[in-house]
Write a protein that binds this ligand. Structure first.
Ligand code: SAM
Length: 234
């Protein structure tokens, strides 16, 4: 099992460059077709790294917490389509995503669960192989999901949490501060392509994108997401 770090992510960019270019083009067209009704949330590097980790690890089931209008949902579904296997289980209080996600991406591989995750937790697949978290960004919500959601999924699976490093440090009273402290206490390393927190990695990955001829999708962006492997929990 490879650690999620710059070296590994660079390898994956090279391995999947052609497919990444095709998905990037489709995502640009998807965003253009829904201009005004969908606000893409993930920046290019963090969306592409999500796609690459899904391609590399080929999970049987993915859990997505927080769909909003469907930008991350369509990235994840594209990876599962390209894998030729795997299902996505998405959770959100609002269901705008259901109208937005293209039918050919959704059919046969997507389940949307509407409601507060605190009430729908029993629908999280036990065999989740990738956990994607982009929901409420306050500290109490983070404490809740660390206690109730994280122990439900297997150890070692890739996990990503959005909106952690918009700045060089996490913000007080914010989800990111709670999650980073939780990881530190357990000695779990994380990777971030954040422009503010990890300038050198951000620059290295953007240079690699240029070298591989990958065009901007939304543009460079802040990329505040963190990626790590789920530690073994009691
Ligand atoms: C930042 S948006 C997600 C953006 C999305 N990942 C994307 O790429 O466009 C956060 C979403 O989390 C949802 N959310 C917030 N708290 C939630 C909860 N307790 N249970 C389920 N969904 C929640 C919100 O309704 C919102 O749609």
């Amino acid at each position: 099992m490879k650690p999620i770090d710059l070296g590994y992510i660079r390898e994956l960019y090279r391995e999947f460059a052609g497919e990444l270019a095709a998905v990037g083009k489709a995502q640009r067209e998807f965003a253009e077709s829904l201009k005004g009704t969908m606000t893409p949330q993930l920046d290019d590097l963090e969306a592409e790294i999500t796609y690459l980790l899904l391609r590399a690890t080929r999970p049987a089931a993915v859990m997505e917490l927080g769909t909003f209008h469907g930008w991350s949902t369509s990235w994840i579904l594209s990876a599962l389509r390209d894998n030729g296997e795997g299902t996505l289980h998405s959770f959100d209080i609002i269901d705008n995503v259901v109208r937005n996600v293209p039918r050919d991406l959704a059919e046969g591989r997507w389940t949307f669960v509407k409601g507060d995750i605190k009430q729908t937790l029993d629908q999280v697949p036990a065999d989740t192989g990738y956990l994607f978290v982009d929901a409420a960004h306050n500290a109490p919500f983070a404490r809740w999901y660390l206690q109730h959601l994280f122990p439900r999924v297997p150890s070692d699976i890739p996990v990503s949490v959005h909106d952690v490093y918009h700045f060089r440090a996490t913000l007080p009273f914010h989800e990111g501060k709670v999650v980073v402290r939780w990881l530190d206490e357990r000695g779990v390393p994380f990777f971030t392509p954040s422009r503010a927190k990890a300038k050198a990695d951000y620059a290295a990955l953007n240079a690699l994108r240029d070298e591989l001829g990958l065009e901007p999708i939304r543009g460079a962006g802040n990329n505040p997401m963190i990626f790590f492997r789920m530690p073994a929990l009691p």
